[in-house]
Design a protein around this ligand. Structure first.
Ligand code: SAM
Ligand code: SF4
Length: 348
């Protein structure tokens, strides 16, 4: 989409003018801007992915996740600060009985132009139309293997076909972006590159290969299964795949295309030098803590400011002020995983 005359260069929205009205943007001390929010709506998950929640979700008694009115106030404040893309995640976000209501509310918030979600595909074939109708337009489905038995070994669930049917249903429904997340696991699914490539030869799906990240809970697992995404990168280049320029508001993947394929490949390489330089996203946990980084040292509790409409200004100021604490990079290379036990706790 080209720029339209008369619109703000950055947001492509009409410029906001008015007496005493300040246009605020979220920017950190390294000049990075943050139009993208990843909002976790639950920590709960029904899967047991070996790299994330190998023993399944364990109840903590603190399952009081953000309510609809709290989410509405939160999203309104972020939109006022220039956020235009939101991804709903978790845990498994679709387990929330009010997931469709959340999606509708967020997509109807003035300023939010793109609503995405990440799911393990649970009940996707039957629910996908209701997700689209609620305003969701981009979907990432986690499918760590194209082999049903291997999928079962990794996720603890025999739901491979359901996830695959869900992907095809999402394409038929008209989702603008349909992506697959696959975590690269040495000796477990790293021999499946050719199967993934074969699959996307004729369908417009993008596969995101995500390099396994070390978290507080998976140290031994990480040592055993971590595989550098460079291995996949080299194989792609050898087969004629080419990297493309990053689009505005895009996620962390480096995108590869090939003229003979309808689908594309995205490589997410958190251990690569300069990975954090293009960081454009913030996170809010399901209990309303602002996280400046997936692997930060602290959360900024926003929930007390979400209790009524009168605190909108204070909420926006708190988010703005927190930006000064965003570090230039995570310190994963040094094995510093911050306060993140697993990605289900922060919305990976
Ligand atoms: N439950 C949903 C799902 O699995 O798609 C959404 C939440 S899940 C935390 C989001 C993404 O994070 C999934 O694609 C998952 O594979 C990925 N993930 C979880 N733990 C990870 C880790 N340690 N390293 C890399 N990716 C991870
Ligand atoms: Fe659940 Fe997603 Fe974690 Fe798998 S990766 S256990 S589906 S939250």
């Amino acid at each position: 989409m080209g720029l339209k005359p008369g619109l703000c260069v950055e947001t492509q929205q009409p410029p906001v003018f008015g007496k005493g009205l300040k246009v605020k943007t979220l920017e950190d001390s390294f000049g990075r801007k943050f139009p993208y929010l990843r909002l976790s709506v639950t920590d709960v998950c029904n899967f047991r992915c070996t790299y994330c929640l190998p023993n399944g979700y364990q109840k903590t008694g603190k399952e009081q996740f953000l309510t609809l009115p709290e989410i509405e106030r939160l999203v309104r404040a972020f939109a006022k600060l220039g956020t235009w893309k939101i991804r709903l995640t978790g845990g498994e976000p679709t387990l929330r009985p009010d997931f469709v209501d959340i999606a509708r509310l967020v997509s109807n918030t003035p300023g939010i132009r793109k609503l995405a979600f990440t799911t393990n595909g649970y009940k996707l074939p039957e629910k996908v139309q209701s997700y689209y109708d609620a305003g969701l337009r981009a979907i990432n489905v986690s499918i760590d293997s194209l082999n049903p038995a291997n999928f079962h070994d990794i996720t603890g669930h025999n739901r491979f076909q359901e996830a695959m049917d869900g992907v095809h249903a999402a394409l038929d429904t008209g989702f603008e972006a349909v992506k697959i997340n696959a975590v690269l696991l040495k000796g477990q699914n790293d021999n499946e590159l050719d199967s993934y490539l074969e699959w996307i030869k004729n369908i417009p799906v993008s596969i995101r290969f995500i390099e396994l990240m070390q978290t507080g809970d998976n140290q031994a697992y990480f040592k055993k299964y971590h595989l550098s995404s460079d291995v996949i990168k080299q194989k792609l280049i050898t087969q004629g795949w080419q990297d493309t320029e990053r689009r505005e508001g895009a996620g962390p993947a480096v995108e590869y295309t090939h003229p003979d394929y309808k689908g594309t490949i995205g490589l997410i390489a958190p251990y690569a030098k300069d990975f954090c330089k293009s960081c454009n996203r913030l996170r809010v946990t399901a209990r309303g803590d602002l996280r400046l980084c997936l692997f930060g040292e602290a959360g900024f509790p926003l929930r007390p400011l979400l209790q009524d409409d009168s605190q909108q200004e204070e909420l926006q100021d708190s988010i703005m002020k927190a930006m000064q604490f965003k570090r230039s990079s995570h310190f994963l290379q040094q094995g510093d995983t911050g306060i993140t036990p697993h990605l289900a706790s922060v919305g990976g």
